[in-house]
Write a protein that binds this ligand. Structure first.
Ligand SMILES: Cc1cc2nc3c(=O)[nH]c(=O)nc-3n(C[C@H](O)[C@H](O)[C@H](O)COP(=O)(O)O)c2cc1C
Ligand SMILES: CCCCC(=O)C(=O)O
Length: 364
């Protein structure tokens, strides 16, 4: 059982959420093996701190294609925030902007992207919001979504590649949860080609999605493109060859294929394959500053958090999301100090060892 401020927010969220919506957020695919492994894999890793090389203050900033982060944690795209809180994505956007980080706002947002970006910019004029999308089976719909994101002022696109079909979530099937409650909708899907006038189209998944779709997106927009949901190092290389601005190592929070490795276990091979050509992000199972530090030491430029943000939002709206980001910021800073770091570049791979296997001598 975990304790601490983030676990408390999770407990509060569980208490206030409709159990069906709690299970939608919390659940994973299949037997939820990967869901558990994402967190468990971090527990199997340890940090070997360096001593006597500290600094009075630490710089946690990261520059990425599409925006600067004041802390190496951004908000991963998660669907339907108005299930958690009436202000939904508006509250999340304000909290992310105030913390100086990026919100990756999903196509499956219950607030239209233009309103999400406006909420972030009202808090901080230079706030960056990225737009996540699934390439839609109908290319006109994809093009329309990209245009909406550009018009809204998004500064990057995140293309999710791990969902050629949707994962089968048993908790949702058991509850019969298939539709949003009345009054909530995926607002970015309103008034699209082929959809009902004024109404909302379903978000499509396309089993035939291919690298050609990524190329088409590159032709459609000059925004930096991130490819999310990469686990195989060969795909990371292909992504670089297809001109992505960055790669997100992710197993969708254990919600797609229940056979894959934990995100942090897939990270090192992708980092090796990419070889510094573009930044690599990781999401999945990050639940504290120590996890952030481990992921960065293994080569991630920053990490995304999904469920912790949803728990903060459900527990206390904008203030709850702000608290999640403040806790992570404070914990990363503290761990970095304890590792004798002055900035994030001091988190190097030699600081990460496996728990329970001894420490082999490396003096690089
Ligand atoms: C409720 C929920 C909805 C999600 N919706 C999306 C989505 O619409 N698009 C997407 O690319 N990823 C989505 N994800 C995956 C997250 O972006 C991210 O990969 C994952 O949540 C990270 O794991 P964590 O929750 O352990 O931090 C969703 C995750 C959750 C939990
Ligand atoms: C069509 C909505 C997709 C949401 C999603 O990606 C998830 O629940 O994991």
């Amino acid at each position: 059982m975990s304790t601490g401020p983030l676990a408390e927010l999770h407990d509060k969220a569980r208490a206030v959420l409709d159990p069906v919506h709690y299970d939608y957020y919390a659940g994973g695919v299949g037997d939820e093996v990967v869901l558990g492994e994402n967190e468990a894999a971090f527990r199997r890793l340890a940090l070997l701190p360096r001593v006597l090389r500290g600094a009075p203050t630490r710089d946690l900033g990261v520059d990425l294609p599409g925006g600067h982060l004041d802390l190496p944690v951004l908000v991963a795209p998660t669907a339907f925030h108005r299930l958690a809180h009436p202000e939904g994505e508006l509250a999340t956007a304000r909290a992310a902007a105030a913390a100086g980080t990026v919100l990756v706002s999903g196509v499956a947002s219950t607030v239209a992207i233009g309103d999400v970006v406006a909420a972030a910019r009202a808090v901080r004029a230079e706030a960056s919001v990225w737009f996540q999308l699934y390439p839609q089976p109908d290319q006109d719909v994809t093009a329309c979504l990209v245009e909406r994101a550009e018009r809204a002022g998004c500064t990057a696109l995140v293309v999710t590649a791990d969902s050629p079909v949707f994962g089968r979530h048993r908790r949702d099937a058991e509850h019969g949860f298939h539709d949003l409650p009345a009054g909530l909708a995926a607002e970015n899907m309103r008034d699209l080609p082929g959809g009902p006038p004024g109404g909302v189209r379903d978000i499509g998944m396309s089993p035939s999605v291919s690298w050609r779709d990524l190329d088409r997106l590159r032709e459609l927009t000059s925004l930096p493109l991130w490819l999310k949901g990469v686990l195989h190092p060969r795909d990371a290389v292909l992504a670089v060859e297809h001109g992505v601005a960055g790669v997100v190592v992710s197993n969708h929070g254990g919600r797609q294929l229940d056979l894959v490795p934990a995100a942090v276990e897939a990270l090192p091979a992708v980092v090796d394959a990419v070889a510094g050509r573009v930044p690599v992000l990781l999401d999945g199972g990050v639940r504290g500053g120590g996890d952030v530090a481990v992921a960065l030491a293994l080569g991630a430029a920053a990490v995304g958090v999904g469920r912790p943000v949803l728990w903060g939002l459900a527990a206390d709206g904008e203030a709850g999301v702000s608290r999640v980001l403040a806790v992570l910021r404070d914990e990363v800073d503290h761990v970095l100090a304890l590792c004798g770091g002055r900035d994030l570049a001091d988190l190097t791979p030699d600081l990460v060892v496996s728990r329970g296997t001894g420490v082999s001598g490396r003096c690089g």
